[in-house]
Design a protein around this ligand. Structure first.
Ligand SMILES: Cc1ncc(COP(=O)(O)O)c(C=O)c1O
Length: 616
């Protein structure tokens, strides 16, 4: 990395800040990366020509792993740029700055990918092509406005470069320490830019044999132990790669389009078609979902009932109390869940504004029965809102938001949705939104107040503010730019990819896969003579398993040994029994990707670890 930076400045600096022509590059320059920097202030028509030329050039991308995606991305991007330019043209004489920035970022984005450099490996040739299309003849006029082309990050310093960069010997570059390093070996070219084919010596027999034995690579990520805690989980390559999206404006149309797709795809994941349901995606973690519920749907001194199946119910209760709400917990013995008749009794004894239930309690692996519970609440206490903590379930356990008449399902991205942590995802029913609108007091959260994320007609007297709130989530869903607080474009891109992957197959299939994987794990655990916290099959989650260790064994006796065998398990979390059990997550790609053997590996590692400590 250090080396390529040094080469960058050696080449780029002389060219920066003044017009450059192709021959400004050293004649024997063999760079492979090209960044086009079009520092010109020209008419929109001229800029459109630059855009079109770049688009043309993008079509030269070779067929390959990324090229279809890249071409589409570039075409989308430039066609929307063209539209913007057309709209700008009459009134904005200096739109050049806008579009040149886009060209700059797009091409440098491509330059980071090998497909671009392979076909367009000869920078001088590309410059020539671009220049000759933009400036067919070197007239006085074209010279005045000729753009500056700057070449960056050549992959192999040439002998001429070595004259002034003695430290840049032609030794291989170090791999970047990221999962998706882009510094790879480049093609060599002759002076005309033709690729010189390398003379590859025939590989010795024994090397070939050795390669044959190398196990199939599951992903392009660096080797690492399989993360099988109940979230964050292992992520798909494409999801991670989405996060390396170049920086873009959070109110620019391309990003707004992506955010809009995310919100409408969440409706599909939650199985809601009711137009009054409202998805929210706000930077934060699952905990922010609790805050949203407690701050927006309950008011100080109101009563809520929390069905307790483990650690996360305690925390949700604590969150309500932070907002002055009275939380009553209905507890079940560890590994069990409150029974429906007990819930009915509690609902008849007192009026509760909200009932909360943890769909899968991540501390115990206990699954709650959401559909039957919601039916019960609607029958016995029809005004009570049904709120589901789906942090460890959404994406792995079935949820039918409309059909089951749920009011809120809150979740986070890092578990069964399979996207890195950092987004609070929540679906609210029209009924919940109405409850919010008719509250008597102002929410005592600022960032989490729905007043700031919902339509301005919510500016009722009980929500005094000097600011007018915008319907941020609704605008994004309608693909209109909006702002209350800056979202994370990179995370939204990752979530977009994760949701598109999930929805590319029938949801029932996804839930069935999680169930099948869970059954397999649970059977293997039983075969090892181990018990689960959730003893009854109907209480057992499909996204994770909480496993009691043999008598006298604690998590530190096995977890380090499991890690050595390439799998990461989590220790216990329920405060009363934390030292007696371990937890294994089985969600997302570890379940759905047939090329991964994470779960098989987890089971054999567990078996071996128990043998090692003489407990199997
Ligand atoms: C069931 C449940 N609810 C809420 C949370 C809190 O989510 P986060 O840690 O993303 O804030 C978690 C976290 O693991 C969880 O498992």
């Amino acid at each position: 990395m250090q080396q390529s930076r040094a080469v960058f400045s050696a080449i780029a600096e002389p060219a920066l800040g003044r017009p450059a022509e192709p021959h400004c590059l050293p004649s024997n320059f063999k760079g492979r990366h090209l960044k086009v920097h079009c520092a010109t202030r020209k008419s929109p028509r001229h800029i459109r020509r630059v855009v079109d030329t770049a688009l043309d050039l993008s079509c030269q991308l070779p067929a390959g792993k990324h090229s279809a995606f890249l071409q589409k991305n570039l075409i989308d991007h430039f066609s929307s740029t063209n539209k913007q330019l057309a709209a700008f043209a009459p009134s904005q004489p200096h739109t050049g700055c806008i579009s040149t920035a886009i060209i700059h970022s797009d091409l440098s984005y491509f330059a980071r990918l090998r497909t671009f450099s392979v076909k367009l490996a000869a920078p001088r040739r590309l410059l020539g092509a671009l220049n000759s299309r933009l400036y067919p003849s070197p007239t006085k006029h074209s010279r005045t406005f000729i753009p500056a082309f700057v070449t960056v990050a050549p992959s192999r310093p040439t002998s001429r470069l070595n004259l002034f960069s003695g430290h840049l010997d032609s030794k291989p570059f170090l791999e970047l320490n990221t999962p998706f390093s882009t510094e790879r070996s480049a093609h060599f070219e002759d002076d005309q830019g033709n690729i010189i084919k390398e003379q590859i010596p025939p590989e010795p027999e024994k090397v070939i044999e050795k390669e044959k034995q190398v196990p199939k690579k599951m992903s392009s990520q660096p080797p690492h132990p399989a993360l099988l805690i109940p979230g964050p989980i292992e992520f798909d390559d494409a999801v991670l790669q989405s996060m390396s999206h170049y920086s873009e404006s959070h109110v620019g149309q391309p990003f707004v389009n992506t955010f809009g797709d995310v919100l409408s795809n969440l409706r599909k994941l939650f199985q809601t078609t009711d137009p009054t349901s409202q998805p929210f995606v706000i930077s934060g973690s699952g905990t922010l979902g609790w805050d949203q519920v407690a701050a927006n749907l309950a008011e100080p001194d109101e009563e809520v009932l929390i069905l307790h199946t483990g650690y996360f119910a305690d925390s949700f209760a604590d969150c309500f109390e932070t907002y002055g709400v009275k939380a009553t917990q209905l507890k079940a013995p560890i590994g069990d869940r409150p029974q429906l008749d007990e819930v009915e009794k509690a609902l008849k004894e007192k009026k509760y504004k909200i009932v909360t239930v943890t769909h899968v309690d991540t501390s115990t692996g206990v699954l709650s029965e959401i559909q039957a519970l919601s039916e019960l609440v609607h029958r016995v206490s029809p005004d009570t809102l049904v709120v589901v903590d789906g942090v460890c379930s959404v994406g792995g356990e079935e949820i039918k938001f409309d059909e089951w008449k749920l009011d809120v399902v809150l979740t986070a991205t890092q578990k069964a949705i399979g996207c890195p942590a950092g987004l609070s995802v929540l679906m609210a029913s029209g009924r919940a939104i109405e409850v919010f609108k008719t509250r008597k007091t102002r929410p005592t959260s600022y960032f989490g107040s729905w007043k700031n994320w919902l339509p301005s007609k919510l500016n009722a007297p009980q929500f005094p503010s000097t600011l007018t709130s915008a319907p941020v989530m609704q605008n994004y869903e309608a693909k209109k730019a909006s702002y209350f607080a800056t979202p994370s474009p990179q995370l939204i891109h990752a979530l977009d990819t994760a949701l598109k992957q999930i929805l590319s197959r029938p949801l029932e299939q996804r839930f069935a896969d999680h169930k099948a994987a869970s059954q397999k794990i649970k059977k293997a655990v039983a075969d090892l003579g181990l018990k689960q916290l959730a003893a009854k099959p109907e209480n057992q989650a499909n996204t994770m398993t909480a496993i009691y260790l043999p008598e006298g064994t604690t998590p530190p006796d096995v977890i380090p040994s499991l890690l050595k065998k390439g799998v990461v398990f989590a220790g216990g979390l329920h405060k009363e029994i934390a030292s007696k059990y371990i937890r294994l997550g089985h969600m997302g790609v570890s379940v759905t990707d047939p090329n991964r053997d994470d779960l098989t590996k987890a089971i054999s590692a567990l078996k071996e670890s128990l043998v090692e400590i003489g407990k199997a």
